[in-house]
Design a protein around this ligand. Structure first.
Ligand code: MN
Ligand code: MN
Ligand code: MN
Length: 278
């Protein structure tokens, strides 16, 4: 079976509608798909229906923003009950936090000479939860910077004028939200935080202490040696293993739906916790 347990729709920072994501997953042979938008479950009702029609199994999902020390980390919740009052409240509080941060970024950019930034970013975000990429896109659109990278380098990145520090909820808090909604808590893409191996292991140990259940041992295209190392780290800690593309856009083969959908036999698949036996 091909599993893809991490991807995005236009309800967060992905490009495609839930229906289009399901159609693409189907075309690419995915049999079990989790949609995991950032801090929102807005895609899941539509996706559930489209998945049923397409004959794909949809696992409900969300990718929560969380905090570890000074840095942000992402925790995926899989198999969450979308009617859970705790989950709905959690999504609400993340949304408030995002809005507060967006307002602060807008003010900073206004002072830096871009009074239209907040409104502009909101228009670009549309349905999606407003975030820094939308401000970056706005700065590109008005010609203030050449590209998204430059927007972060000059304005939005660490230590720059519109760098608004925000304290996301702790891993304990996020794991508790996921568990109270009946879900499984998965530390997303451990290698993407660009830590040393020692620090990454410390993060994973904290995640275990915080009640985490699994880590993504495969997130998009990565060297086989990285996968092996992450499986070893997971197995040493009795953690389950997950895999996903982190698909956002078409034409990015390194994050394509269904391309990273099988785990080596010595990993303990997270889908055992979700009631699927391969
Ligand atoms: Mn994203
Ligand atoms: Mn992520
Ligand atoms: Mn993601």
């Amino acid at each position: 079976m091909i599993f893809d347990l991490h991807c995005h729709t236009h309800f967060s920072d992905g490009l495609l509608s839930p229906e289009a994501v399901i159609a693409r997953a189907k075309e690419r042979g995915v049999e079990v798909l989790a949609i995991t938008d950032h801090d929102t479950i807005a895609a899941l009702e539509i996706a559930q229906k489209a998945a049923f029609d397409a004959g794909i199994t949809l696992i409900t999902g969300i990718e929560f923003s969380s905090q570890w020390g000074k840095g942000g980390v992402h925790i995926v919740g899989l198999g969450v009950n979308v009617n859970s009052a705790e989950l709905i409240a959690a999504v609400g509080s993340q949304e408030e936090a995002r809005q507060a941060r967006a307002l602060a970024i807008g003010e900073r950019l206004s002072k830096a000479g871009f009074p239209g930034a907040l409104q502009g970013a909101r228009e670009i975000a549309g349905n999606a939860a407003l975030g820094r990429p939308h401000f970056a896109q706005y700065l590109v659109t008005i010609g203030a910077v050449k590209n998204i990278n430059a927007a972060f380098k000059k304005y939005l990145g660490a230590g720059k004028p519109a760098d608004v520090k925000y304290q996301w909820p702790s891993m304990e808090q996020v794991n508790a939200w996921i568990h109270s909604a009946g879900g499984v808590a998965v530390l997303a893409h451990p290698i993407k935080y660009e830590m040393t191996r020692t620090r990454m292991c410390a993060l994973i140990d904290s995640f275990v202490s915080a009640g985490g259940d699994a880590i993504e041992v495969i997130s998009g295209l990565q060297p086989a040696a990285v996968t092996e190392d992450l499986i070893r780290i997971a197995n040493e800690r009795s953690l389950h293993a997950s895999c996903g593309s982190d698909f956002h856009f078409p034409d990015q083969p390194w994050q394509e739906l269904g391309s990273f959908g099988r785990l080596p036999a010595h990993a303990k698949p997270v889908w055992e916790l979700l009631g699927y036996n391969q």
